[in-house]
Design a protein. Structure first.
Length: 245
């Protein structure tokens, strides 16, 4: 019995040391991966990198990590227009089947899924906010975006008729969709300003707009989008996503 107790104690101690070594190793790998990703994507701050699964050391031995989660705050995505960017508040991606080099200088995920959020204030910069003539004596511009419920965006349009600004904005509900690397906002119904007769194409020149979003980390692509409380929530996906190198 004494020998059995000693054996059990040794097993527990060795198991504890293995767990400790495993957690130290995964912490080191997460820090290294975060640093490489920060350099590769030219980020102002290191992203959050979390390597899932236990034990980590057996994954290292195989050369492939099962699941890696990456979180980036305030990511400046490209818009394809004169170097302009659009800020993504939160970008989170779950990478599966991540193959990496021994020094973590390169890592590629077989597949990736995730989410990205853009505030209404940021998306508003895309809309036509300068007064534009939509009919004789009538100018209009988008002055606000907010959650319209049921996955819709509520677009506030301010108008001036014969030199007099209307006291209240006109609101329209709009659908938001993705097409390739572009987020599109399309009004379900068109606004009417003091009974003015406005052609549909003129009205949509104000209410409808789109924003290209490219240059996401590792070549991740837009998938779907919907309106939420504080902005639009975008799902992203990708294959052969390059985290570093």
């Amino acid at each position: 019995m004494r020998a059995l107790r000693i054996l059990l104690i040794v097993v527990v101690i060795l198991g504890g040391l293995f767990v400790l070594a495993d957690r130290l190793a995964v912490g080191f790998a997460e820090d290294e991966a975060a640093g490489k990703l920060q350099t590769t994507e030219n980020l102002d701050a290191a992203p959050d990198v979390s390597i899932k699964g236990f034990p980590f050391l057996t994954q290292v031995a195989s050369g492939t990590l099962d699941d890696v989660e990456v979180g980036i705050k305030d990511y400046e995505a490209g818009t394809g227009t004169d170097g302009k960017t659009i800020r993504i508040d939160d970008l989170t991606a779950n990478m599966q089947g991540v193959e990496f080099s021994g020094d973590y200088s390169s890592a590629t995920a077989a597949t990736a899924t995730g989410t990205a959020s853009i505030t209404y204030a940021e998306l508003l910069k895309t809309a036509k906010s300068e007064p534009t003539q939509v009919a004789p004596g009538v100018t209009a511009s988008v002055v606000g975006l907010s959650d319209g419920g049921n996955g819709k965006i509520k677009v506030a349009v301010e108008a001036t008729v014969l030199g007099k600004k209307l006291p209240n904005p006109v609101y329209v509900l709009s659908s938001v969709t993705t097409e390739g690397d572009t987020v599109k906002v399309h009004a379900d119904t068109l606004p009417s300003f003091a009974g003015a007769d406005i052609a549909e194409d003129r009205a949509r020149a104000i209410t409808d707009f789109e924003q290209k979003i490219d240059g996401l980390p590792g070549g991740i692509q837009l998938d779907k989008v919907q309106a939420a409380k504080n902005g639009v929530e975008i799902t992203v996906k990708g294959s052969n996503v390059r985290l570093a190198g």
